[in-house]
Design a protein around this ligand. Structure first.
Ligand SMILES: C[S@@+](CC[C@H](N)C(=O)[O-])C[C@H]1O[C@@H](n2cnc3c(N)ncnc32)[C@H](O)[C@@H]1O
Length: 265
């Protein structure tokens, strides 16, 4: 197989990196704005990430490469967010930034990942905008996939967009894999029994988990709210309740009961 060079934009923990490295390809540039993730990326992959992609000099700082990988931030398109899409003042311009890099470097491949809602956001106009820009030079295919369909215990549907330069032959021979796994999966199957090195969950996050578990345990299953729960997330809820001065951060149990009473009212 041809050895290719890739760049990992919005690198996160380096999911794209892991997969491409295992296939023998090498990362020549990575960008991740979150400092903790940059430290983790260096530990996991031995590469120092650049920070904010918006301040990177596309011509001087990004080397020649064959593949752009970009799991660009999904908040503007996610059903859990405000859905401002490409107009989002913080995260809406990332697709254009990816195109700026692609148009300058002309990599043979572009791999993008986002939430499934990207396809239907703004009555399909967002996808149409993305498709129109990509398809000037690239053949484009997209598919919604989730790890649980491939035997991995996680429900995480995402839209994967694969592009190849038309002048290199496009995607005539490319087909997305069919995820056909239907068996039972358990999180236990992937958790190491006695890990030697690990970073523990922060005490504040453990507290959040504890409150949520307590909250859910207090509800009968049919009472678990069916509306878009993420939008009504605990940060929002805490802020709202704190403003009303009816919420104290000291007593988690009391707060949980308060929330349940509110929901039941
Ligand atoms: C959806 S996640 C990508 C996850 C990644 N594909 C992985 O495998 O872990 C988007 C990432 O973009 C990062 N990000 C957001 N704004 C950024 C910016 N201006 N420059 C670089 N990275 C940014 C976020 O911190 C987040 O880690």
């Amino acid at each position: 197989m041809r050895k290719l060079k890739f760049i990992d934009l919005f690198a996160g923990l380096g999911g794209f990196h892991l997969a491409l490295h295992e296939l023998g390809h090498s990362c020549v540039f990575a960008s991740e704005i979150n400092e903790d993730l940059r430290v983790l990326y260096k530990t996991n992959h031995g590469i120092s990430c650049n920070g904010d992609i918006n301040v990177v000099d596309v011509k001087k700082e990004i080397p020649k490469h064959d593949i752009i990988c970009a799991g660009f931030p999904c908040q503007p398109f996610s059903k859990a967010g405000k859905q401002n899409g490409l107009e989002d003042e913080n995260n809406g311009n990332f697709f254009d930034r990816i195109m700026e890099i692609a148009n300058y470097h002309n990599p043979e491949y572009i791999y993008l990942k986002n939430v499934p809602n990207l396809e239907s956001h703004d009555d399909g106009n967002t996808w149409q905008y993305i498709y129109n820009k990509l398809s000037i030079k690239y053949d484009v295919k997209k598919q919604i996939l989730s790890p649980h369909k491939f035997g991995i215990p996680q429900h995480r549907s995402r839209i994967y967009i694969v592009c190849r330069l038309k002048k290199k032959g496009g995607l005539v021979d490319f087909k997305f894999p069919e995820g056909e796994f239907k068996g039972m999966l358990s999180i236990k199957s992937i958790i190491e029994k006695k890990p030697k090195e690990y970073t523990g969950i922060k005490p504040s996050s453990l507290n959040h988990i504890k409150v949520w578990q307590e909250f859910l345990s207090n509800l009968k299953s049919e009472e678990v709210p069916r509306f878009r729960w993420e939008r009504f997330n605990h940060f929002y809820l805490c802020t709202m309740l704190k403003k009303k001065k009816e919420f104290s951060l000291q007593s988690l149990t009391q707060n949980t009961q308060y929330i349940i009473r509110k929901l039941a009212a």
